[in-house]
Ligand binder design. Structure first.
Ligand SMILES: *Cc1c(COP(=O)(O)O)cnc(C)c1O
Length: 400
């Protein structure tokens, strides 16, 4: 069944405890293991940056930044002003602010476009948009659930497909044109043309780039391209706080967006409070991300993917495919599928077995495959993932 038994770490059985150690135990000055106390499952994340799986792990620098920031009071607006200015400099745009994630950046950015610099208007969003524009145009192919964050401001979404429809949809109520970066190639109107039409009609543009680092240069690519506002998640590729994100762009629009953000209470954004620990944690995560050796990170992810791929490929009937998504989650990814007449287990059942095993491992995929990435693994965990996957596939092989 195995093409090359000797190459596998089978001696002593597959369950050598050393290989199956979970993520390193949390260093805990608390002297407590709170997840364990609560009975909350922890797992190896071979899936990627999913909100339901709590995004990414903070790097130690950001954890230290939390600890640091927790010890003193500051003025929230002053901190946002100064961190925003520092971030804008780091990512080469006019202005920036820390939000509670990309979704909140979308709501606050939209609110800012509607209110301009008038706090009285901001206070009327979303229930009374009188005296404000009330429509946001986007392409049909760019409509995803996260567009709800625009609707939070009470505006109507106008869906178009062609340039002709776009130009026809623009009217005196058009507040903004919204773009989903990951779907650029799915739309009939791509970057340059979208921006050109918007500029011609003097309409602000918003580009949702939530999951779109790496590559690092995306942090300035789209503001430099001419988008007026750009959003990134903090807790995805940058490994900042999952409850943080960045809103980047034009100075006047960032200032306007902040009219709807805390500490201001009578606003659509009052529930989107970023605390000082998260603001500082986000700044440090961004600094750390910018300074990283991105080539070295990439090489490591590739080696880890290759390791898992090489291991499972040895099982008769297994097919592997290594690929890199073009825009969002642009990292080495592995798709594992198999001949179910040889291995009597469906991919969803295999994912369940990975999840229920010890240590628990999370992956993604549909009915046809087990899909995984390595960018959210702690170094070494790829060995555990490879062994567990191999064990599950061989256990259900007809030719044992
Ligand atoms: C993840 C994601 C969001 C939401 O980001 P948060 O930082 O979790 O608020 C919005 N848009 C897209 C395309 C995303 O991938």
């Amino acid at each position: 069944m195995l093409k090359n038994l000797a190459a596998l770490p089978l001696v002593g059985g597959l369950f050598h405890p050393k290989w199956l150690s979970a993520a390193p135990p949390a260093s805990t000055p608390l002297g407590r293991d709170i997840f364990k106390e609560l009975g909350v499952r922890t797992f190896i994340n071979a899936a990627g940056t999913y909100t339901s799986m709590t995004g990414s792990l903070l790097r130690p620098e950001s954890v230290e930044a939390y600890r640091y920031a927790a010890q003193q009071y500051v003025n929230l607006d002053e901190l946002q002003d100064k961190v925003g200015a520092r971030i804008a400099e780091l990512v080469h745009c006019e202005a920036a602010t820390v939000t509670t994630g990309a979704a909140s950046a979308i709501t606050l950015g939209t609110a800012g476009v509607l209110s301009g610099n008038d706090p009285k208007k901001a206070a009327r969003i979303p229930n009374d948009l009188s005296g404000m524009k009330s429509e946001v145009i986007l392409q049909k192919s760019h409509v995803i659930g996260y567009a709800h964050a625009i609707k939070n401001c009470g505006v109507k979404l106008i869906e178009v497909e062609t340039r002709k429809e776009l130009e026809a949809a623009i009217n005196e109520k058009t507040a903004m044109m919204w773009f989903l970066n990951a779907h650029n190639f799915k739309g009939k109107i791509q970057y340059a043309e979208f921006i050109e039409v918007a500029k011609k009609h003097n309409i602000p543009t918003f580009n949702d780039c939530a999951a779109d680092v790496p590559p690092v240069e995306n942090l300035w690519k789209y503001t430099e391209m001419g988008f007026d506002l750009v959003a990134f998640s903090g807790g995805k590729g940058m490994r900042g706080p999952q409850s943080a994100g960045l809103l980047l762009g034009r100075k006047d629009l960032i200032a306007a967006a902040r009219l709807s953000a805390p500490p201001r209470g009578n606003t659509v954004g009052r529930g989107m409070k970023v605390n000082k620990e998260e603001i500082v944690g986000m700044l440090v995560a961004l600094e750390n991300y910018l300074e990283r050796d991105h080539q070295a990170d990439w090489t490591m992810w590739e080696k880890q993917i290759q390791h898992i791929s090489d291991s499972v490929q040895k099982v008769d009937g297994v097919k592997v495919e290594i690929h890199v998504p073009e825009i969002a989650n642009h990292v080495p990814s592995l798709r594992i599928s198999w001949d179910e007449s040889k291995i009597k287990l469906s991919p969803p059942e295999a994912r369940k077995a990975l999840q229920m095993g010890h240590p628990s491992i999370e992956t993604v995929g549909g009915a046809e495959s087990v899909d995984m990435t390595t960018w959210m693994l702690n170094p070494g965990e790829e060995r555990t993932v490879a062994i567990r996957m191999l064990e599950i596939l061989t256990k259900h092989h007809t030719n044992k």
